[in-house]
Design a protein around this ligand. Structure first.
Ligand SMILES: *Cc1c(COP(=O)(O)O)cnc(C)c1O
Length: 474
């Protein structure tokens, strides 16, 4: 399988190179040259399979010519053995035909672990094959950072720099980034928003001299390997509820559009999906785009679901590419307009295409808190604010009551204890195995929202610049 850039001006690459590159050199995002298909019998056979086995089945069409099946199987087993639930992504019924898909049983209590645990192993493999070392720079609104730190700490071939918006992540999120006892991971608190962090990372990638000097790699949700890993749980949940004989709907708490894009891919690969609901908090650029056809950046507002406090939703570029008939010129024009005027317009045909599968809506802070309260009272189930946003949107949209609604739960409530307690009066506790997190020692570097300052810190503390091109350590 070869991968092409959404902007059409970077050379096609194989899976391992795409995994190491993250962003394409033309600023675009990689997608496969064509989408693999599963027939109905194959999908029916997914029901009841152990998660790690299913992961191999679903990911294999994307990795087959780059990675031995046995290697992928080992990675999947190791990755999902770090999860604290034997089902890895269990479904919990909370309403007559409403289910919560719990994606938070990994080491950092958020769905990011599902992809990051695989990605770290893929990168290690790719670097070892090339005798290379890399510098990983990642912008995080909170959860990606912890998941990356947990997945990459101690990695021999990589240094990790995590940029998070200072004061805009929860204490649990921050501690998961700042307390790793490993010299190769660095938490950088940026005096700005998530979008500032993301802009700095994009800027570093577009500085080709710097990029090559430190052998830059990205693990943000723009990295296609993460999308591939996220397709798995859409198939797992749908098959458990009767797919392909029965259609299912998903409501997905959305920020950077990585998670829900994986749902689009699952549908593209043959999963009968009735509807994908893009659920946003008041940072509702995607809901506005689907409603009006204009993607218009506004200021970010801090909410109780901080991992979705995002206005520039990077993976939307992939949908734009697909819905626009895979025309890279349309994407280039839109992205040029975005950087010039902070907005672009989606063509009528592409918009109609998007509306065919996607619904989109937002939940206010009041609606989110009310959901946490009501679901706790009526179903005895405690959900985190991100999950509550998706639940609120699932309830708002007109829906076919015979189609199971699967609400993706992207974080454990204990990751956002203040918001949950404020909403329903119950303070969720950390799982026992994380009990010492509040007492671990933190290491943080505070920096202004300035690309040069971040670049200097990376050159000072990273190992790849000195050893760039010098080959692997033993
Ligand atoms: C990252 C994150 C999201 C948003 O996921 P995207 O792939 O960026 O759309 C939602 N909820 C939580 C808890 C997250 O960590």
């Amino acid at each position: 399988m070869r991968y092409i850039s959404t902007r059409g001006e970077a050379p096609p690459l194989g899976f391992m190179d795409v995994t190491l590159a993250g962003l394409a050199r033309d600023g675009g995002l990689y997608v496969p040259e064509s989408w693999p298909q599963f027939d109905r019998a194959t999908i029916a056979g997914f029901a009841g399979r152990p998660y790690a086995e299913l992961a191999v089945e679903v990911m294999r069409p994307f990795t087959a010519d780059a990675l031995a099946d046995t290697t992928l199987a080992r990675m999947a087993k190791e990755a999902y053995d770090t999860f604290r639930h034997p089902a890895v992504t269990p479904l919990v019924q909370v309403g007559p035909n409403t289910f919560v898909l719990e994606l938070f049983h990994g080491p950092t209590l958020a769905f990011k672990d599902l992809a990051m645990q695989i990605l770290a192993r893929l990168m290690d493999q790719a670097l070892a094959e090339r005798g290379a070392r890399s510098t990983i720079v990642v912008a995080t609104s909170g959860d990606t950072g912890g998941a990356a730190v947990e997945a990459f700490r101690g990695a021999a071939q990589s240094d990790l720099f995590v940029l998070y918006p200072q004061g805009r992540v929860s204490e649990v999120q921050r501690r998961m980034m700042t307390t790793a006892e490993a010299d190769n991971v660095h938490a950088l608190a940026i005096e700005g928003t998530f979008d500032d962090c993301q802009a700095i990372v994009k800027g570093l990638f577009n500085d080709h001299v710097f990029r090559d000097r430190v052998n830059l790699s990205g693990v943000n949700s723009i990295n296609f390997a993460r999308i591939v890993a996220q397709i798995v749980y859409y198939f797992a949940a749908a098959a458990a509820l009767g797919a392909p004989h029965r259609k299912v709907a998903f409501s997905v708490p959305t920020g950077n559009f990585g998670d829900i894009f994986a749902g689009w891919v699952a549908a593209k690969m043959g999963l009968p999906v009735d509807r994908l609901s893009i659920a946003t908090n008041v940072n509702d650029i995607l809901a506005r785009t689907l409603a009006t056809g204009t993607y218009q950046v506004r200021d970010v507002v801090a909410t109780s679901s901080p991992s979705m406090d995002i206005q520039v939703s990077s993976n939307f570029e992939r949908l734009l590419f697909e819905a626009g008939g895979r025309d890279p010129k349309t994407v280039r024009v839109a992205m040029a307009s975005l950087s010039r005027a902070q907005s672009f317009t989606v063509g009528a045909k592409a918009l109609a295409e998007m509306r065919g599968l996607f619904a989109a809506d937002r939940a206010s802070e009041e609606e989110t808190a009310a959901v946490i309260r009501t679901v706790r009272r009526e179903a005895g189930y405690l959900m985190d604010p991100h999950t509550a946003v998706a639940y609120a949107v699932a309830e708002k949209e007109p829906r076919d009551p015979t189609v199971p609604m699967i609400v993706l739960s992207t974080a454990h409530p204990a990751k956002f204890p203040d918001a949950v307690e404020a909403a329903c009066g119950v303070r969720p506790g950390l799982p026992e195995w994380l009990g010492d997190l509040p007492r671990r020692e933190e290491r943080i570097t505070v920096l202004p929202a300035d690309q040069e300052a971040v670049a200097r810190t990376i050159l000072t503390h990273g190992r790849a610049a000195a050893g760039a091109g010098a080959g692997a350590t033993a």
